[in-house]
Design a protein around this ligand. Structure first.
Ligand SMILES: [Ca+2]
Length: 217
């Protein structure tokens, strides 16, 4: 288990339906995939996203995307200003299937947190990878509006794996405190990046937890 969580007692749950217990989960979870990606999903008492693409797709792109996300007003509250807050993120993930037999494969399974700056003019993506394929590991670099952590090397055999992330600490490590204080959390996004690959990802018990940072006087 990846755990760099600060133990906090005053935190409250910020997101709705992280356990997929609603009769209709669609008001809280949104599925989006790149053109050319074949995909299917189901929301029962958990979320399942299956995605695949073989050949085709945009030759200029290293990979395509399949995503399931909660965003402001859609599973998340209407605003989450980061300044003065400590935020933790927890989730359970299970990889049901992977096929990366193609020589030109690319596959990455990651939980992404999107933060907006300047009223949405800039989007910063902090990504927590729990699976990277061999070609992905060779071809992944930080830069621009994207930083990442490797929080696991999960396999199908692992079954359900629980992750706990201190979002505040990990964000500040990558982007700095002033950027944190200027940001607002916009979305949490289960993401499959893929090319010439197939993956089926299962997820449950996603908890975005926030509390006030105690003021030291
Ligand atoms: Ca559940």
């Amino acid at each position: 288990m990846f755990n760099i969580l600060v133990s906090e007692t005053n935190h409250s749950l910020l997101n709705v339906d992280g356990d997929f217990s609603q009769v209709d989960d669609s008001p809280y979870w949104w599925v989006w995939c790149s053109d050319g990606v074949e995909y299917s999903y189901s929301f029962t008492d958990k979320g399942i996203l299956q995605a695949e693409i073989w050949g085709g797709g945009d030759p200029e792109r290293k990979y395509q995307l399949a995503t399931v996300k909660q965003y402001i007003g859609h599973g998340l509250p209407s605003a989450i200003m980061l300044k003065g807050k400590q935020i933790n993120l927890e989730f359970d993930a299970s990889i049901l299937d992977i096929n990366i037999t193609h020589r030109e494969e690319f596959l990455r399974l990651t939980m992404v947190v999107c933060v907006h700056l300047d009223g949405g003019k800039r989007h910063l993506y902090t990504e927590y990878d729990f699976y990277q394929s061999p070609n992905c590991r060779r071809n992944i670099f930080e830069g621009g509006n994207f930083r990442y952590y490797v929080i696991g090397e999960q396999t199908i055999e692992d079954g359900w794996v629980h992750y706990e992330i201190d979002f505040t600490k990990t964000f500040i490590n990558k982007w700095g405190g002033p950027t944190y204080d200027a940001g607002n959390l916009q979305a949490i996004i289960f993401t499959i990046e893929l090319k010439n690959a197939n993956a089926t990802l299962c997820f449950d018990n996603i908890k975005l937890l926030g509390g006030d940072i105690p003021v030291v006087s």
